[in-house]
Ligand binder design. Structure first.
Ligand code: DAH
Length: 339
């Protein structure tokens, strides 16, 4: 009988200190297992005198039941505590302000390029593309710019191989030649894309974007060119802006022009931004030179056309008053997110 009492006390002491499921398992085996203490007490029953058996039996049974009950309770308690601490660790404060996701947008140059394309798409132009790795033939020769031509030095060209005349195109004008050789007039295209020159300062990049335009038809004149550019300028810069053509020279056009837009800052009166002239240069243009037509097999007596070429970065700089072209490819978000 004493043994029963002691076993219970011992058990209660051990279970008190158990604080995980593994410890409980060990205790269960120690008392209720095949070689456990309670099991041993039960085996002891058969050695007792007959009259003691019922009482002893009852007590051992009671001991076994309460041990089982306590073990069960403790088991549940530990599972509950473990869950609690897990929940505590995973606790979320739903009242905290959320982490804001920053949403990106297209690069300013991509957007300005798209705007330019949209203007010409509205006018019924088709968009064509050409290779960035060109040949001297398409980049210069076919554009009436032979080897000895001084204008060839103006483009500081990246040559890939002087042997076979491969180079990174220095302008998108070669797409004119490729297009005309492939198709018959009339033609109305723009050719956007990357171009490359050995240049790097506040207004020049070694890689930048151009949009070339070409219209070939019957009776196309400078008036069509001027009207088109006027429409383009007003679409991109606003209805109040004026366009001016100034005589210039390009090997592939005759006559050639530099195209100017009235200064948006001073309204044409003259200020620091426009060098006190009231005008800003935005592109080159002209009437397609008969030599270029002959090169692609068009009869210059039958067909005339105009062409123009502009730098996308330059248009973006003028439209958004950016004073250093190098900011565009630097991709500092603090700069880019302003637009
Ligand atoms: N290709 C010239 C350049 O990169 C720009 C240009 C001028 C294109 C006059 C033209 C044009 O089509 O007619 O500087």
């Amino acid at each position: 009988m004493d043994e029963i009492e002691r076993t219970l006390e011992e058990f209660e002491h051990e279970i008190e200190n158990a604080d995980n499921l593994e410890a409980i398992k060990v205790i269960r085996v120690k008392y209720l297992g095949k070689k456990g203490k309670v099991t041993a007490l039960m085996r002891h029953l058969k050695d007792l005198p007959k009259e003691e058996k019922p009482i002893f039996g009852q007590k051992v049974n009671k001991l076994k039941n309460s041990i089982e009950e306590i073990l069960e309770k403790k088991h549940e308690e530990i599972i509950f505590k473990e869950k609690e601490s897990k929940f505590e660790k995973e606790r979320l404060d739903v009242t905290l302000p959320g982490a804001r996701k920053t949403l990106g947008h297209r690069h300013l140059i991509s957007r300005v390029l798209q705007e330019i394309e949209d203007v010409f798409l509205t006018l019924g132009y088709e968009i064509v593309e050409g290779p960035e790795i060109e040949t001297e033939y398409y980049n210069f020769d076919a554009l009436n710019t032979p080897e000895w031509h001084p204008a060839r030095d103006l483009h500081d060209t990246f040559y890939i191989s002087t042997k076979d005349g491969t180079l990174l195109r220095s302008h998108t004008s070669p797409v004119q030649v490729r297009t005309m050789k492939k198709s018959k007039p009339p033609i109305k295209i723009i050719a956007p894309g990357k171009v490359y020159r050995k240049d790097y300062d506040v207004t020049h990049l070694p890689m930048f974007h151009q949009v070339e335009g070409l219209v070939v038809g019957k009776g196309i004149s400078v008036a069509h060119l001027k009207g088109t550019l006027d429409y383009f300028v007003r679409s991109i810069f606003g209805p109040g802006r004026k366009t001016r053509l100034v005589p210039s020279f390009f090997p592939f056009t005759e006559p050639s022009f530099e195209v100017y837009v009235s200064c948006g800052i001073c309204g044409g009166k003259g200020c620091k931004s426009c060098g006190f002239t009231g005008w800003l240069e935005i592109m080159g243009a002209g009437m397609v030179d008969p030599n270029v037509f002959e090169e692609v097999g068009y009869d210059p007596e039958e067909w005339t056309g105009f062409a123009f070429g502009m730098g996308v970065e330059r248009i973006a700089m003028l439209k958004y008053n950016v004073d250093d072209i190098r900011l565009f490819p630097r991709n500092d978000v603090r700069f880019l997110e302003q637009f």
